[in-house]
Design a protein around this ligand. Structure first.
Ligand SMILES: Nc1ncnc2c1ncn2[C@@H]1O[C@H](COP(=O)(O)OP(=O)(O)OP(=O)(O)O)[C@@H](O)[C@H]1O
Ligand SMILES: O=P(O)(O)OC[C@H]1O[C@H](OP(=O)(O)OP(=O)(O)O)[C@H](O)[C@@H]1O
Length: 236
């Protein structure tokens, strides 16, 4: 029997929604070893092995090809590989986990409404303040690519793994690149998204590893995709 390895978010906001999504398609994901076990199963489908990983590790392992299928945010695929979605096979958008990766500046920067204004600020920053403009983010790849496209090179990235929106007020950085859905965290921290500051629109997606769709796994993919309503969506 050919086995498919499916990775499911182990924590965070995507965990429950992913399990709900599969359940609504008749696949009940179980965690026989309890909440702290990282191995799972699908009821009635012994040919599927479930592994629980943080969403960011699912992106990494899909790109490496150590798992066959996984659910993660599109933002994390873009962030984990310079090649973005080309580094994996997209199987379906799951219509939850909608959020945008954005550039946001302090409300007080009233003259800065677009990326071209930010380009002016960045090029003057050093002469005015004696240092580069600093961007707090965990989205280093996405920021570099987007700022290069906008012609902005004069900045420094301050890597931030949590509470990124606090960085400008605490003096750790000047602006942020972060993910947002309701916008309330940015607003609560006195930050405003530039009018052309949406860098990426993300949602949770099902991806397959490029190396996974082999001849001997093809039937297993077809059976699973039939069951979850992604008929004809076998990536190739
Ligand atoms: N505010 C949000 N609204 C909707 N989706 C979000 C939001 N924040 C994050 N996401 C999506 O969920 C994914 C995982 O975010 P989450 O914060 O749950 O990550 P995690 O890996 O569990 O946590 P950590 O970053 O602390 O390890 C993000 O990459 C993004 O696709
Ligand atoms: O636009 P909003 O609805 O305010 O959401 C934005 C927040 O959501 C995410 O954090 P999360 O809540 O996942 O926690 P984290 O900061 O620990 O990653 C993200 O990092 C933002 O901080």
């Amino acid at each position: 029997m050919t086995t498919l390895t499916l990775a499911v978010p182990s924590k965070g906001r995507l965990e429950e929604l992913t399990r709900d999504w599969f359940a609504s398609r008749g696949l009940t994901i179980t965690r026989p070893g309890g909440a702290r076990s990282y191995l799972g199963a699908v009821e009635g489908a012994p040919d599927i092995t479930v592994r629980f990983f943080p969403a960011s590790e699912i992106a990494r392992e899909l790109i490496r090809g150590t798992i066959d299928l996984g659910v993660t945010g599109l933002d994390l695929i873009h962030e984990t590989s310079e090649q973005g979605p080309q580094s994996v096979l997209a199987a379906g958008e799951l219509d939850f986990g909608h959020a945008d990766v954005v550039v946001a500046v302090p409300d007080a920067w009233i003259d800065v409404t677009h990326m071209h204004d930010l380009a002016d600020v960045a090029s003057d920053f050093r002469s005015r303040h004696g240092r580069w403009m600093r961007i707090a983010t965990k989205y280093v790849t996405i920021t570099r690519q987007h700022f290069a496209r906008a012609g902005i090179a004069e900045y420094r990235i301050v890597e931030s793994l949590g509470a990124t929106e606090a960085a400008p007020a605490s003096g750790v950085a000047d602006i942020v690149v972060d993910i947002t859905s309701t916008g309330s965290t940015l607003a609560a921290n006195g930050l405003r998204v530039l009018e052309d500051g949406v860098m990426l629109k993300s949602q949770a997606c099902l991806f397959a590893a490029r190396a996974a769709v082999t001849e001997n796994k093809r039937d297993a993919f077809i059976a699973l995709f039939e069951q979850i309503g992604l008929h004809g969506r076998i990536p190739s």
